[in-house]
Structures are given as C-alpha cells and as structure tokens.
Design a protein around this ligand. Structure first.
Ligand code: FMN
Length: 152
C-alpha cells in the first residue's frame, strides 16, 4: 500500500482536527496514512505523497511544533524531487498581509526543494469558516478525484 504522510502544524488543534477528518478519505483511496505532528525529514522522504495542514501564528509564523522540521528543510535543503504534495493552510484574513503566511512559506520552500504541488493550495479563512474541516473535507474529496490519486 502506498504511504501518505499528513504533516500538521498547529497551535490550538484546528489543523490536527483537519488531518484526522481527512485521514479516512485517503485510507478509502488506498493509502497507508500517518499523521505527523513532529515530522522528521526521513518521514517525508519515505513517502511519495504528502498533505500539509498548516496553521499560522504570531505574524505569519510557523506553529512551534513544526519549527524544527522547517528549520531542517531550510538548513539541509534535501532534494524532494520525488515528492508530490498538497497544502491546506489555516489562517485568518483579519491578520492582513500575513494571512496563511506559514502555509504559503512552506509551500514555497517545498517547491524550491523540487517537490511538486498537485492542484492549488486550499486557504481556510477563520473569518469565513468556523470549522476548518467544513472546507477541508470537500476539498480533499475533490483533490483525490481531480488528481486521480485513488490507487487500486
Ligand atoms: C496569536 C495568534 C496569531 C495569529 N496570527 C495569524 C497570522 O499571522 N496570519 C493568519 O493568517 N492567521 C493567524 N492566526 C489565526 C490562526 O492561524 C487561525 O485561527 C487558525 O485556524 C488556527 O489554527 P490551529 O487551531 O491549528 O492553531 C493567529 C491566531 C492567533 C491566536
């Protein structure tokens, strides 16, 4: 069974909740799914498909649980050319310019390292969507379908 890693960056649990809600959708699509709150580079390199559920804190900053992982990506610049990924960024548009800053920054970093994003990034705005899962679940269903991610 192919492996899918869901990498979570969260302060208050919303992004983790999204990861837990979408996990069964990927299992139904044929994946062996792991959720990582303290991911290592090795966890990422062991899979070909990953979903990043990343909220933003501070002023466009990464949540603390994901900071060591992002630091390693920046410091070690691993080649990620076999990785395909999606991004669900959680934020709040009342923060203006730093809206979804962490999700956007991680997306840019992954692209720089040679990974390929499948489809567009989902940005969930807490000003509009109270429960992020309400936006994330249909988005993942559509993502699996449009990107033909179901495996036999
Ligand atoms: C102290 C604090 C700072 C925040 N800073 C930002 C920000 O700079 N940009 C943004 O888009 N959202 C920001 N947010 C909003 C959160 O990203 C948003 O509420 C998100 O849904 C929280 O997800 P979580 O439950 O996974 O931590 C901030 C929230 C808090 C409490």
């Amino acid at each position: 069974m192919p492996k899918l890693s869901i990498v979570v960056g969260t302060m208050y649990g919303g992004a983790l909740d999204v990861a837990e809600q979408v996990k069964p959708l990927f299992e139904t699509a044929g994946y062996d799914v792991d959720i990582f709150e303290q991911p290592s580079l090795e966890d990422l390199q062991a899979c070909e498909l990953a979903l990043f559920c990343i909220s933003t804190t501070g002023s466009g900053d990464f949540p603390g649980n994901i900071v060591p992982f992002v630091r390693r990506l920046r410091d070690e610049s691993p080649a990620l050319s076999t990785l395909r990924y999606g991004v669900i960024a959680l934020g709040d548009s009342s923060y203006g310019d730093t809206f979804c800053g962490a999700g956007r920054a991680l997306d840019a970093l992954l692209e720089e390292l040679g990974a390929e994003r499948l489809g567009e990034r989902l940005e969930v705005d807490a000003m509009e969507t109270f429960m992020a899962d309400d936006a994330a679940v249909p988005w993942v269903e559509q993502w699996i379908d449009e990107q033909a991610l179901t495996v036999a």
